[in-house]
Design a binder for this molecule. Sequence first.
Ligand SMILES: [Zn+2]
Ligand SMILES: [Zn+2]
Length: 494
Amino acid sequence: MNATMDVLVSLSKRRGFVFQSSEIYGGTGSCWDYGPLGVELKNNIKRVWWRDFVQARADMVGIDASILMHSTVWKASGHLDHFTDPMVDCRECKHRFRADHVNDLPWTHHCPATKGNKFTIPPGEPCGHCGQRRTLCPECGKGELTAPRQFNLMFKTFMGPVEEDAAVTYLRPETAQAMFVNFDNVLQSMRLKLPFGVAQAGRSFRNEITPGNFIFRTREFEQMEIEYFVNPHDRVDGRPADEYWHDRWIGDCMAWFQRYGLRDENLRLREHDKDELAHYAKRTVDIEYKFPIGWSELMGIANRTDFDLKQHSKWSGKSLTYFDEERKEHVVPYVVEPAAGVDRALLAFMADAYREEEVRGEKRVVLRFHPELAPLKVAVLPLLKKREDIVRVAQTIRADLARQWRVVYDDTAAIGRLYRRQDEVGTPYCVTVDVQTVGDAERGETGDQRVTIRERDSMEQIRVPVAELAAVFRELLGGVTWADLAPRYPPVRS
Ligand SMILES: [Zn+2]
Ligand SMILES: [Zn+2]
């Protein structure tokens, strides 16, 4: 079964993935805080993305630019003039709506046919008593709405101590522009040859009129963006290089989400219609995911042509070109932009990993995270917390493994309960230290120095020497499957 948004929101809060921002003050409309497990999951997503798309590739480099940029950047990029949504305001309750969404809301109606009784009527439907359609504010049902006005989605702020026009700047609404304005710095300092890409992961801000759906649409969010520059005069496999690389990136990004656990049936591509395309874009394809709210954009991959570099060249007066040695000419590269949201990716990975299963007549909730994404890799659990020697061995194992991975120790419940807790947060492996491990010194019995490893999905258990634990987890967390590794060790029947 697929998880509902309510289930994910509740699990996120209960188990420390995501909290509402400033909750003790009533929360903010659209900001969320990542808790102890959420930050691990989010860092893991960014880390594997960086490793797979930057570190592993000879044609990629990264940057980390500041959030506050020169305000002319946003003039050149078009954000200052065009990054707007139409909005309307209620003259009574001051509620603000996106003009193009106002008819999609349930509306409040004080019905004249029933002595002014108040009803909430489904979106787009007329009143069943008087037959009226909505004309007033859907929220209060009393106020008239203003005519639509364009509302810029950038957060405005002031650089320095004076609040005057000259000091106005903006929190970046996307990370992409820093790659364009640094194009020549990166090109010259790294001596790159086309095609090459520049990647960046970082925060962006959009003052959405109607944010919502948990971490799907928020005003502050994190992006992972790549600008991949190609020579528009080159041909690859008989096609223009920009078109060839656009398709390559669509395939690579899709494969990346599949590799880390999103199921095929929950992923699809959506080609933007011609009238949907930004005027400078040659082609844009979204990877859509079947979120609990329905099919929605997970990431977009756009062919932005030479628009951005040309704009910044025009506004800055600096040449942003590449010298094509072969043709002995300067060219403005085309750019393919794979742009993903970290928060959205996290929501998709979580929704896809969520399972409710029945185990021996009991319900278990399990997050089947890919081991590389799982916030905790191993939980070390003592079977008896009153036995000092067992606890000591368990603590030593935790400390030893924790030098390489996020590993926790937990002795706050009985073992069955501890397993369920780890399943619920997606920990792929549990290590249990028991009486057999340590023996009984008073009776002169030495232990076998072995511990039990339990795998999350199959719940199978094997007995492994403590001395081999680090090596075993290097394999299991490095890509070796449980099915391949487990037969090397004696099984434990639970
Ligand atoms: Zn109102
Ligand atoms: Zn009515």
